[in-house]
Design a protein around this ligand. Sequence first.
Ligand code: HEC
Length: 96
Amino acid sequence: MRLSILFVPLFFFTAPAFAESVPLSGCLELLQARCQKCHYLSRVCQKVGEKSERRWAATLKRMVKRRGATLSGEEQEFLRDCLVTPDPAIKQECGK
Ligand code: HEC
């Protein structure tokens, strides 16, 4: 009984730190977390499935280098691929 009382608060305190250190798994989650600071996701949605791989790579690079988006090289590659070939969550979000 005592043990479970100790465990509950511990879980709540450690959960946010844990969430931050784990890479975002889904494409949509990453877009929501990193791209909505400056514009609606609709701006991204407009181009989903429209741009080539090279053009998405260039756009993502511009968002990072010129506009100030936060994405590692790995995250840029991950997003590039899922913007060229959107997964079901992105399609649903974008109405495509
Ligand atoms: C720090 C602000 C900022 C963040 C964060 C940001 N953008 Fe942008 N984005 C802009 C601005 C400013 C423009 C309009 C000027 C331009 O096109 O460079 C824009 C325009 C765009 C466009 C339309 C123009 C085009 O080339 O198709 C797309 C698509 C886009 N952003 C995608 C993204 C994606 C994907 C992310 C997340 C990885 C992102 N942006 C994050 C500032 C930002």
